[in-house]
Design a protein around this ligand. Structure first.
Ligand SMILES: Nc1nc2c(c(=O)[nH]1)N[C@H]1C(S)=C(S)[C@@H](COP(=O)(O)OP(=O)(O)OC[C@H]3O[C@@H](n4cnc5c(N)ncnc54)[C@H](O)[C@@H]3O)O[C@H]1N2
Ligand code: MOO
Length: 428
């Protein structure tokens, strides 16, 4: 079980300069530790959860030497280099082992997965053998050239008794649940899901289903973030929409922080007179990241209100998504008992150009993968820049990342691409 330790206790509010992406990640890596406690769940509910115990194999998998094919098992020492002629002595099917030792110059009819009879060490495939019956006795001719141990699977060759199959902190995938099931365990210790309270900030926001007037906008970010929180393995809790009033924001944040592990807000995070999120965070707790030298997402804020981690995302939907994936997701993973993890990026050819880019900040653009005329993977950039354009997010396969030092991107050059698939949100 993870001990309850400091979270963001030692963080500092840095000066007026924006924080670089790498510095922000380093602070989060250093300051955030697990808060989730363990619970035991049946294997059928374990997929997607963070493992809270090491899973060791109580016994060998497979349990006994067995045949990898349908065929004939025999003792290799009896096998003539020119081929072998064996008396067929017994028949062994999967699930029906025999403890009768094989006699000399004898073979057993055996099927895939059936336990090797004592004395046999090699199996010939049935397609390669000839079977004869003579005076009521069956014989089998085994071809030459089989090596000792051919087509035999050893006890423990998949997993040795006592070996560690899975380390704590791993987010369980279907194949990991299968690995646990292969040991015979029926349930497993995982970390409780983090409780992540969601609040959208802004007088202009309405929920789908409500009437809308000029100047108002539907709260798309709530739906974006609750789905991203679920994909990250945490439990979203909807705390609705905050009005642009300092006293209401303060009351709501205080109450929310008391009842959840993480408070995730969107909007109201920049400097405007109507933006009360960061000023309220400063009054109630501590702030350690803000602003960031990235685009979009400059106004992302991270801090703490008592024992609750505060993640304040910008209001523009593209910025909210970029900041969630880059910063909120690894924080949720660590708090929930998992690893911080490294972003997976790969290099692809730019099917776009950027004539001039401001140095000193890292940019993330929406990108769609394609192929060049000569079959190499390339990325197209969503042309319109606006950080409010949700349509570009739906089109994209991931984010194009352009670092602080770069001042222009030439068509045909290599750029870094961060695919959405790694976040469990790939297009089907
Ligand atoms: N003087 C400056 N103004 C702004 C700056 C700046 O640096 N100086 N940065 C701009 C950028 S970039 C962003 S991003 C926003 C971030 O500010 P906030 O986090 O305070 O966001 P809001 O002002 O509340 O909203 C921005 C935009 O997004 C729409 N929005 C808000 N919440 C939602 C939601 N839940 N669902 C859908 N859309 C939402 C909102 O209506 C605004 O249009 O500040 C810029 N200004
Ligand atoms: O920085 Mo805003 O967060 O670019 O869209």
């Amino acid at each position: 079980m993870a001990e309850r330790r400091r979270l963001l206790d030692d963080c500092f509010v840095h000066g007026s300069d924006s924080l670089r992406h790498d510095e922000a990640l380093a602070i989060l890596r250093r300051e955030v530790t697990a808060v989730a406690r363990a619970e035991t769940v049946p294997l059928t509910a374990a997929n997607g959860r963070y493992l809270a115990e090491a899973v060791t194999a109580p016994r060998d998998v497979p349990l006994a030497d067995n045949s990898a094919v349908d065929g004939y098992a025999f003792r290799h020492a009896d096998h003539d280099p020119a081929g072998g002629f064996f008396r067929l002595e017994t028949r062994i099917a999967a699930g029906h082992p025999s403890d009768v030792p094989l006699g000399p110059w004898a073979a057993a009819r055996i099927f895939t997965g059936a336990v090797m009879p004592p004395g046999a060490d090699t199996v010939a495939m049935q397609e390669d053998c000839e079977r004869h019956d003579q005076d009521g006795q069956a014989f089998v001719v085994v071809p030459a050239g089989l090596k000792p141990g051919a087509n035999r699977r050893r006890a423990g060759e998949d997993v040795k008794a006592g070996s560690v199959l899975l380390e704590p902190g791993r987010r369980l995938r279907p194949q990991d649940v299968a690995a646990i099931a292969s040991t015979g365990k029926t349930d497993v210790a995982v970390y409780r899901r983090l409780r992540v309270a969601l609040m959208s900030s802004g007088d202009e926001l309405r929920r789908p289903g409500e009437a809308i007037l000029p100047g108002q906008v539907y709260d798309a970010n709530h739906y974006l973030l609750r789905a991203l929180v679920e994909a990250a393995g945490a439990e979203p809790i909807d705390l609705g929409i905050l009005p642009d009033r300092a006293d209401s924001v303060q009351t709501a944040l205080e109450a929310a922080a008391a009842g959840c592990d993480v408070l995730l807000t969107t909007g109201g995070a920049s400097h405007g007179e109507e933006d009360h999120i960061t000023t309220t965070l400063d009054r109630l707790g501590t702030r350690c990241l803000w602003p960031l030298a990235i685009k979009p997402g400059r106004s992302m804020a991270v801090g703490r209100i008592d024992g609750c981690v505060f993640l304040g995302l910008p209001g523009n939907p593209v910025a909210a998504m970029v900041c969630f994936l880059l910063y909120a997701r690894p924080v949720l993973s660590v708090l929930g008992g998992g690893a911080f993890g490294e972003l997976q990026r790969f290099q692809v050819i730019a099917d776009f150009e950027i004539a001039r880019k401001k140095p000193g900040r890292r940019e993330f653009h929406r990108g769609t993968l394609g192929r060049t005329a000569d079959g190499r993977t390339c990325v197209h950039r969503f042309e319109r820049d606006g950080s409010g354009l949700i349509s570009g997010l739906s089109e994209a396969d991931g984010l194009i990342e352009i670092d602080e030092e770069t001042t222009a991107v030439a068509r045909g050059s290599q750029v870094d691409f961060i695919p959405f698939g790694q976040f469990g949100i790939a297009a089907g």
